[in-house]
Design a binder for this molecule. Structure first.
Ligand SMILES: [Zn+2]
Length: 213
């Protein structure tokens, strides 16, 4: 598999530093499972961060620091580790990073397009699988915030290039595009979407009442 499109360096750096929210981290992780180049980049950032930590002179601790820390741990609810039991999972194309999370049902969102939400303990960024039948023209749209797309199966293309399984699209609100799904097979993507999609153009105006992404 030749991967041509990768997350932006800033996205990977934020991931490596633990500064990405859970939703976007999952979508980046699904790309890392397939992309040795980006895994190498992330390891490099983690190494640099480790060296910087080692170089910092230790701050003096107060005598009751341990007691304070333990008290905090007891107070803070553990959210991320309380993910629901793994769902029954039978699709070999799905990334391993999704396995701990429960999913909603597939639902129709427009002609030829279905989505399946990933149910996360935080909802700052919505994460969902998007499935589109071969040849589907998705509505022209921009975003209110960032839109990270990890292509799991199939392909699509738009003004920004051709995207195949393993590729990653790192789009922000300035990008306006109109993806067309490849004719060879159904396309399934994992998407992290910040804010709402803003549909534009004639088709967008028609679909606006239906698309609830
Ligand atoms: Zn990559």
């Amino acid at each position: 598999m030749t991967i041509r499109h990768h997350p932006a360096d800033e996205t990977l750096t934020a991931y490596a530093a633990g500064n990405l929210d859970l939703g976007r981290s999952i979508v980046v992780a699904s790309h890392l499972e397939r992309c040795a180049v980006c895994r190498g980049f992330v390891r490099g950032v983690e190494k640099i961060a480790g060296v910087m930590l080692e170089d910092m002179s230790p701050a003096p601790m107060s005598q009751d620091a341990l007691a304070h820390t333990l008290a905090r741990i007891e107070r803070e609810p553990v959210l991320r580790n309380e993910a629901p039991a793994a769902p029954s999972w039978d699709d070999a194309d799905m990334p391993a990073c999704l396995k701990p999370y429960e999913m909603g049902r597939w639902r129709w969102v427009g002609p030829g397009v279905e989505m399946r939400p990933i149910l996360l303990p935080e909802d700052k960024v919505r994460v969902f699988l998007l499935k589109a039948t071969p040849g589907t023209r998705l509505p022209q749209h921009t975003h209110e915030g960032s839109e990270l797309t990890s292509i799991l199966v199939g392909s699509f293309h738009h003004e920004g290039g051709d995207f195949f399984a393993g590729d990653f699209e790192d789009a922000d609100g300035d990008v306006e595009h109109r993806p067309i799904v490849g004719k060879e097979r159904t396309c399934i993507c994992l998407v992290a979407l910040e804010g709402q999609l803003k549909l534009s153009g004639f088709i967008g105006a028609l679909l606006n009442p239906f698309v609830r992404l």
